[in-house]
Write a protein that binds this ligand. Structure first.
Ligand code: TXA
Ligand code: MG
Length: 348
């Protein structure tokens, strides 16, 4: 049994384990091998992990999330693992991306080998792979013989958790304290999910914007990303792959999210019985009677705090959240990722 400070109250749960206890990672490995689910901290958001080799574990991930079976999972691997085990016939630029960005917030979609179970890929012939940079995730991956599937540890369509307490509030009712665990590795450093890059073609295409942008990738692959069909800053064209995060509505709290310009705020009426929450940079004035949820002084703070702010809106039972988007600037990948997530939250 352990307790965790949730901001203004303590949560006591035997699901949450403090990773500084030496036996905890051993226990996590044993549970994963036995088909258990282990929520893990990563540098982006918390993931709900299962051993990729455990059919039971993979099936339980879909069940705990309420996720449709045709939405594929990201395979998480140790930084020094052999990619050829999971992917084959990929373009020559892929090892360069791996060398430059792993471990880190970059997921690569690659042609898969038969070692990847069909249940993980939703029947597609590609697999999404990443190596998370959080030391707890890496240590766990080092102790396992294979890899971990790990979608964000939220119910399908909901807001990704960036703390162990948030995982518990999302999934506590769907996890089994006898079989499953939540590893508490603190708050996630980045706060938004990894960049997903489709690497099945001659030119990589961004499927989901994240902390690593096309500008960062162009530094590593200067020839590929300039002057060719996949222009830097433009998203992938062609058929839309099955990416659950690419559904128009996603990342949604129960509160209605509306997007607004800072100049529009005064027109909104916030009353005691119907209080509005505000997410906007620190320079935006909070109108009288509104509840400020986030006032970031930088894009880094915006990204890190965004999901916690959306979650707080629900905890406060706010009916409405108004968000002022940062300017979308291709030179600032986090701005594109924040705009993407908030736009989808508003569509939900
Ligand atoms: O930062 C992250 O990527 C987090 C942490 C936990 O690692 N994980 C995460 O997983 O965001 P998830 O399942 O919530 O989102 C993964 C996205 C989904 O939208 C899924 O459809 C897409 O990746 N995906 C998985 N496999 C794919 C594939 N083969 N082709 C295209 N998209 C794929
Ligand atoms: Mg997700």
């Amino acid at each position: 049994m352990s307790s965790i400070w949730a901001g203004d109250y303590w949560i006591v749960s035997n699901l949450i384990q403090d990773v500084s206890r030496p036996a905890v990672l051993e226990q996590a490995v044993a549970r994963l091998h036995g088909g258990g689910l282990v929520a893990i901290p990563t540098e982006t958001v918390y993931g709900l992990a299962a051993d990729v080799q455990s059919q039971t574990g993979v099936a339980r991930v879909f069940a705990a999330k309420g996720r449709p079976a045709d939405h594929p999972l990201i395979l998480h691997v140790a930084a020094d693992s052999v990619l050829a085990q999971w992917a084959q016939d990929y373009p020559d630029y892929v090892p360069k991306l791996v060398a430059a960005f792993w471990p880190g917030p970059l997921t690569l979609v690659l042609p898969r080998t038969n070692a990847v179970p069909d249940t993980v890929t939703g029947g597609q012939d590609t697999v999404a792979v990443r190596s998370p940079a959080h030391p707890v995730a890496q240590e766990l991956l080092d102790r396992l013989s294979s890899g971990l599937v790990a979608p964000s540890a939220n119910r399908f369509g909901g807001v990704s958790p960036t703390s162990a307490a948030a995982v518990l509030s999302e999934l506590g009712a769907y996890l089994d304290p006898q079989r499953d665990l939540i590893l508490d590795g603190g708050n996630c450093h980045l706060g938004l999910e990894s960049t997903i890059l489709d690497c099945t073609g001659a030119c990589p295409q961004v499927l989901r914007p994240g902390a690593i942008g096309l500008g960062d990738i162009a530094v590593i692959l200067p020839d590929l990303l300039t002057g060719q069909a996949g222009q830097p800053g433009s998203l992938g064209e062609g058929p839309v792959p099955r990416v659950s995060g690419a559904l128009d509505s996603h990342y949604s709290p129960r509160a209605t999210v509306r997007l607004a310009a800072a100049t529009q705020l005064e027109g909104w009426e916030s009353t005691q019985s119907r209080q509005i929450g505000l997410i906007a940079d620190h320079a935006t004035r909070t109108p009288a009677g509104w509840r400020r949820l986030l006032a970031p002084a930088s894009l880094t703070e915006f990204a890190r705090g965004l999901y916690g702010a959306l979650r707080a809106a629900d905890e406060l039972a706010l009916a409405e959240v108004v968000a002022v988007l940062p300017a979308a600037d291709p030179a600032e990948p986090l701005s594109l990722a924040i705009v993407d997530r908030l736009t989808r939250a508003a569509a939900g």
